[in-house]
Write a protein that binds this ligand. Structure first.
Ligand code: HEC
Length: 174
Protein backbone atom coordinates (compact mmCIF):
# COMPACT_ATOMS: atom_id res chain seq x y z
CA UNK A 1 0.00 0.00 0.00
CA UNK A 2 1.31 3.37 -0.87
CA UNK A 3 0.69 6.55 0.97
CA UNK A 4 0.46 9.69 -1.05
CA UNK A 5 2.07 12.61 0.65
CA UNK A 6 1.02 15.98 -0.42
CA UNK A 7 4.09 18.27 -0.38
CA UNK A 8 1.89 20.92 1.25
CA UNK A 9 1.56 18.66 4.25
CA UNK A 10 5.35 18.43 4.79
CA UNK A 11 6.42 21.07 7.30
CA UNK A 12 10.11 21.85 7.47
CA UNK A 13 11.55 20.84 10.82
CA UNK A 14 14.20 22.80 12.65
CA UNK A 15 17.45 22.99 10.64
CA UNK A 16 19.98 20.38 11.71
CA UNK A 17 22.69 21.79 14.10
CA UNK A 18 25.93 22.69 12.32
CA UNK A 19 29.00 20.62 13.12
CA UNK A 20 31.85 23.00 12.27
CA UNK A 21 34.27 20.09 11.96
CA UNK A 22 32.12 18.52 9.26
CA UNK A 23 34.51 18.07 6.31
CA UNK A 24 31.75 17.92 3.74
CA UNK A 25 29.69 20.95 4.73
CA UNK A 26 30.27 24.25 2.93
CA UNK A 27 28.74 26.16 5.82
CA UNK A 28 31.09 24.50 8.30
CA UNK A 29 34.07 25.36 6.07
CA UNK A 30 32.93 29.00 5.80
CA UNK A 31 32.60 29.34 9.59
CA UNK A 32 36.08 27.80 10.15
CA UNK A 33 37.63 30.05 7.53
CA UNK A 34 36.00 33.18 9.02
CA UNK A 35 37.23 32.22 12.50
CA UNK A 36 40.82 31.84 11.19
CA UNK A 37 40.67 35.25 9.42
CA UNK A 38 39.32 36.97 12.55
CA UNK A 39 42.02 35.33 14.67
CA UNK A 40 44.79 36.47 12.28
CA UNK A 41 43.40 40.03 12.37
CA UNK A 42 43.45 39.99 16.15
CA UNK A 43 47.09 38.80 16.18
CA UNK A 44 48.11 41.47 13.64
CA UNK A 45 46.32 44.19 15.62
CA UNK A 46 48.05 43.05 18.81
CA UNK A 47 51.45 43.23 17.12
CA UNK A 48 50.75 46.77 15.85
CA UNK A 49 49.73 47.89 19.35
CA UNK A 50 52.78 46.25 20.92
CA UNK A 51 55.12 47.95 18.41
CA UNK A 52 53.53 51.34 19.21
CA UNK A 53 54.09 50.86 22.93
CA UNK A 54 57.70 49.76 22.44
CA UNK A 55 58.25 52.65 19.99
CA UNK A 56 57.09 55.20 22.54
CA UNK A 57 59.67 54.07 25.07
CA UNK A 58 62.56 54.59 22.65
CA UNK A 59 64.04 58.13 22.72
CA UNK A 60 63.49 59.85 19.37
CA UNK A 61 66.27 60.30 16.80
CA UNK A 62 67.15 63.82 17.95
CA UNK A 63 67.64 62.64 21.53
CA UNK A 64 69.56 59.58 20.33
CA UNK A 65 71.97 61.76 18.40
CA UNK A 66 72.48 64.02 21.41
CA UNK A 67 73.13 61.07 23.70
CA UNK A 68 75.65 59.59 21.28
CA UNK A 69 77.40 62.95 20.86
CA UNK A 70 77.67 63.25 24.64
CA UNK A 71 79.05 59.72 24.99
CA UNK A 72 81.74 60.17 22.34
CA UNK A 73 82.65 63.77 23.26
CA UNK A 74 86.38 64.23 23.93
CA UNK A 75 87.38 64.41 27.59
CA UNK A 76 89.40 67.59 27.10
CA UNK A 77 90.05 70.20 24.44
CA UNK A 78 93.35 71.73 23.36
CA UNK A 79 93.47 75.37 22.31
CA UNK A 80 96.57 76.38 20.33
CA UNK A 81 95.78 80.08 19.98
CA UNK A 82 94.18 82.86 21.99
CA UNK A 83 91.25 82.98 19.54
CA UNK A 84 90.60 79.26 20.01
CA UNK A 85 90.81 79.63 23.76
CA UNK A 86 88.38 82.54 23.71
CA UNK A 87 85.97 80.49 21.58
CA UNK A 88 86.13 77.59 24.03
CA UNK A 89 85.84 79.63 27.21
CA UNK A 90 82.29 80.43 28.25
CA UNK A 91 81.99 84.18 28.76
CA UNK A 92 81.04 84.98 32.33
CA UNK A 93 78.39 87.65 32.51
CA UNK A 94 79.93 90.77 34.07
CA UNK A 95 78.73 91.04 37.64
CA UNK A 96 76.53 94.02 38.42
CA UNK A 97 78.57 96.73 40.22
CA UNK A 98 78.21 96.63 44.00
CA UNK A 99 77.30 99.69 46.04
CA UNK A 100 79.76 101.28 48.48
CA UNK A 101 78.10 99.87 51.62
CA UNK A 102 77.90 96.43 49.94
CA UNK A 103 81.64 96.41 49.16
CA UNK A 104 82.46 97.57 52.70
CA UNK A 105 80.26 94.84 54.18
CA UNK A 106 81.74 92.12 51.95
CA UNK A 107 85.41 93.16 51.71
CA UNK A 108 86.76 96.28 53.41
CA UNK A 109 84.90 95.92 56.71
CA UNK A 110 87.01 92.89 57.63
CA UNK A 111 89.79 95.31 58.58
CA UNK A 112 88.28 98.77 58.55
CA UNK A 113 85.32 98.03 60.85
CA UNK A 114 87.64 97.31 63.79
CA UNK A 115 90.77 99.12 62.64
CA UNK A 116 92.62 95.83 62.38
CA UNK A 117 96.33 95.93 61.37
CA UNK A 118 96.26 99.72 61.86
CA UNK A 119 93.60 100.39 59.21
CA UNK A 120 91.74 103.71 59.55
CA UNK A 121 88.41 102.84 61.18
CA UNK A 122 85.11 103.38 59.39
CA UNK A 123 83.58 106.80 60.22
CA UNK A 124 86.68 107.97 62.10
CA UNK A 125 86.53 111.37 60.38
CA UNK A 126 89.80 112.65 61.84
CA UNK A 127 91.76 109.56 60.77
CA UNK A 128 90.36 109.67 57.23
CA UNK A 129 90.96 113.42 56.91
CA UNK A 130 94.60 112.95 57.95
CA UNK A 131 94.98 110.07 55.45
CA UNK A 132 93.48 112.12 52.64
CA UNK A 133 95.80 115.01 53.38
CA UNK A 134 98.85 112.73 53.44
CA UNK A 135 97.81 110.97 50.22
CA UNK A 136 97.28 114.27 48.41
CA UNK A 137 93.49 114.21 48.03
CA UNK A 138 90.70 111.70 47.34
CA UNK A 139 92.50 110.35 44.26
CA UNK A 140 95.52 109.52 46.42
CA UNK A 141 93.31 107.41 48.73
CA UNK A 142 91.84 105.66 45.68
CA UNK A 143 95.34 104.92 44.36
CA UNK A 144 96.33 103.37 47.71
CA UNK A 145 93.18 101.24 47.69
CA UNK A 146 93.92 100.05 44.11
CA UNK A 147 97.60 99.30 44.67
CA UNK A 148 97.39 98.29 48.29
CA UNK A 149 99.29 99.88 51.14
CA UNK A 150 101.28 98.43 54.04
CA UNK A 151 99.26 95.46 55.33
CA UNK A 152 96.37 96.13 52.93
CA UNK A 153 96.43 93.97 49.77
CA UNK A 154 95.55 95.59 46.40
CA UNK A 155 91.80 96.32 46.20
CA UNK A 156 91.44 95.02 49.75
CA UNK A 157 92.09 91.50 48.39
CA UNK A 158 89.20 91.42 45.88
CA UNK A 159 90.67 91.91 42.37
CA UNK A 160 87.17 91.89 40.81
CA UNK A 161 86.43 95.33 42.27
CA UNK A 162 86.23 98.20 39.78
CA UNK A 163 87.43 101.75 40.31
CA UNK A 164 83.94 103.15 40.94
CA UNK A 165 83.18 100.41 43.47
CA UNK A 166 86.37 101.27 45.38
CA UNK A 167 85.56 105.00 45.24
CA UNK A 168 82.04 104.32 46.62
CA UNK A 169 83.44 102.02 49.32
CA UNK A 170 85.92 104.68 50.51
CA UNK A 171 83.09 107.27 50.57
CA UNK A 172 80.98 104.87 52.64
CA UNK A 173 83.76 104.41 55.22
CA UNK A 174 84.62 108.07 55.75
C1 HEC B 1 93.28 92.99 55.13
C2 HEC B 1 92.79 94.17 55.80
C3 HEC B 1 92.22 95.26 54.93
C4 HEC B 1 91.20 95.18 54.04
C5 HEC B 1 90.37 93.95 53.68
C6 HEC B 1 91.04 96.50 53.49
N1 HEC B 1 91.93 97.35 54.03
FE1 HEC B 1 92.14 99.31 53.57
N2 HEC B 1 93.67 99.46 54.86
C7 HEC B 1 94.17 98.41 55.64
C8 HEC B 1 95.30 98.88 56.40
C9 HEC B 1 96.12 98.03 57.36
C10 HEC B 1 95.49 100.22 56.05
C11 HEC B 1 96.56 101.16 56.53
C12 HEC B 1 97.74 100.94 55.59
C13 HEC B 1 98.96 101.73 55.97
O1 HEC B 1 98.83 102.95 56.13
O2 HEC B 1 99.99 101.08 56.04
C14 HEC B 1 94.43 100.55 55.10
C15 HEC B 1 94.27 101.77 54.51
C16 HEC B 1 93.32 102.09 53.61
C17 HEC B 1 93.18 103.38 52.97
C18 HEC B 1 94.05 104.62 53.22
C19 HEC B 1 95.19 104.53 52.26
C20 HEC B 1 96.19 105.65 52.47
O3 HEC B 1 96.70 106.11 51.43
O4 HEC B 1 96.44 106.00 53.60
C21 HEC B 1 92.14 103.30 52.11
C22 HEC B 1 91.64 104.39 51.19
C23 HEC B 1 91.65 101.96 52.20
N3 HEC B 1 92.38 101.25 53.13
C24 HEC B 1 90.57 101.49 51.48
C25 HEC B 1 90.13 100.20 51.53
C26 HEC B 1 89.03 99.72 50.75
C27 HEC B 1 88.21 100.54 49.78
C28 HEC B 1 88.88 98.42 51.06
C29 HEC B 1 87.86 97.46 50.51
C30 HEC B 1 87.79 97.33 49.10
C31 HEC B 1 89.90 98.07 52.02
N4 HEC B 1 90.63 99.18 52.27
C32 HEC B 1 90.08 96.81 52.54
C33 HEC B 1 93.69 97.12 55.70
C34 HEC B 1 92.67 96.63 54.91
Amino acid sequence: MTIDIDPKDVRPGPPPPIDILDKHSNRAFFIRFTLVVVLLHAVAGGLVLASRIVGQQEPDMEQQRELIARRIAPVGLVATSDQELAALTPVAAPAAPRSGPQVVAQVCGACHASGMLGAPKSHDKAAWAAREKAAGGPDGLLKSAIRGKGQMPPKGGDPSLGEQELRDAIAAMR
